[in-house]
Design a protein around this ligand. Structure first.
Ligand code: NAD
Length: 341
């Protein structure tokens, strides 16, 4: 366990269990240099406890990098609740998790993530104020989409010489909370939308409401386009797919798009500009952080629009250093977090 913590440079790991509700929870606090750790709470079944621990640590580290480059006064953290095979009272389980968070005196602030909802956050909020994305605070997804849209414009400018999206072929993989909101903005900007989702109903909606062209899920990555916007699952840029892409740039919301760091170098070698995922998709984190602090919507929107500028800076560094933007973003984050890179 300590080897895992050391490898990730994790500050602290907290565990709690509560037999009365079935709670088994892990909170990983990666780095608090810029403020309390902020990051979502996953509620998933894991094959074993080590997998859950590994997930919490890896995700907490990612949140530190994301928060550092987003310029918010937070560090990175993540919580994992191991989903029991059966739970009598989900509300009571999340209330118990709220009591656990409260024992950390504000060093970790939680949020919605895979398997959790705003209703779960409301249960947590009964016992601690260190919780965001409650029903009252709202869904961060539209704000993530706004940030990705700003990032796509910056990417188009850097790779294609103009941030005008009129007529640009943008392929959106995944039309969920973020992907659909992004597709709506792209349609308004006049982009030529190509879309896929595992749910044919989502695709049909985009065809009817946004004039999008449907593409079979298995064909989207290899469809010729200007910008590929992955908004489904992570890991889609891997040794198998990277050689088959037929786009000028990849810029989308999905977390952990690169199967490994080396894939970023392969994209670079192929002349495909890659928007580092944790930079372009930081809108949701910015929203929950600033909303939690009590900022008004115009201030939040202004902060979101800076995602485009941040990417432009990263692209400029990458071009000057002849390195992938992903490597540049990691180095910038490490310099901020540890004074190195
Ligand atoms: P979601 O579950 O609402 O939507 C994902 C959609 O992708 C679903 O409709 C699913 O059917 C589709 N999908 C999955 N695999 C696919 C495939 N191979 N081909 C086509 N479609 C596929 O999730 P979301 O909240 O929209 O998040 C999307 C991605 O963005 C995730 O990777 C998430 O981690 C990341 N992200 C989300 C936020 C946020 O604010 N919601 C913030 C940062 C990052």
């Amino acid at each position: 366990m300590f080897a895992m913590m050391e490898a990730a440079r994790l500050e602290a790991l907290h565990l709690a269990q509560d037999p009365a509700t079935g709670l088994k929870a892990i909170i990983a606090i990666h780095n608090t240099r810029f403020g309390p750790a902020l990051g979502g709470c996953r509620y998933l079944a894991y094959p074993d406890h080590v997998s859950a621990l590994r997930d919490a640590i890896r995700l907490a580290q990612g949140m530190s990098y994301k928060a550092a480059l987003a310029g918010i006064e937070h560090g990175g953290g993540k919580a994992v609740i191991i989903r029991p095979s059966h739970v009598d009272n989900r509300g009571a389980l999340f209330e118990a998790f709220g009591r656990f968070i409260e024992t950390l005196n504000g060093r970790y602030i939680t949020a919605v993530d895979s398997g959790t909802s705003s209703a779960d956050m409301d249960c947590i909020a009964q016992h601690t104020r260190h919780v965001t994305s409650t029903t009252a605070e709202g869904d961060p997804s539209p704000h993530t989409a706004m940030g990705v849209f700003a990032g796509i414009r910056a990417t188009a400018q850097a790779r294609l010489g103009s941030d005008d999206l009129e007529g640009l072929r943008v392929a959106v993989q995944g039309l969920g909370h973020v992907g659909y909101a992004l597709a709506e903005q792209l349609a308004v900007a006049g982009a030529d939308l190509l879309v896929s989702d595992l749910d044919p109903g989502r695709v049909q909606l985009a065809v009817e409401q946004l004039g999008a062209r449907p593409v079979a899920s298995e064909a989207l990555l290899t469809t010729p386009c200007d910008i590929l916007a992955p908004c489904g699952l992570g890991g889609i840029l891997n040794a198998e797919t990277v050689g088959q892409l037929r786009c000028a740039a990849v810029a989308g919301a999905a977390n952990n798009q690169l199967a490994s760091a080396e894939i970023a170098d392969e994209l670079e070698a192929r002349g495909i500009l890659y928007a580092p995922d944790y930079v372009i998709n930081s809108g949701g984190l910015i929203y929950v952080a600033l909303r939690h602090r009590g900022d008004a919507l115009p201030a939040i929107t202004a902060h979101l629009s800076r995602i485009g500028l941040r990417l432009t800076e990263i692209y400029a560094h990458a071009q000057a250093d002849k390195r992938s933007p992903a490597r540049v973003a990691d180095a910038l984050a490490e310099r901020l977090l540890y004074g190195e890179g």
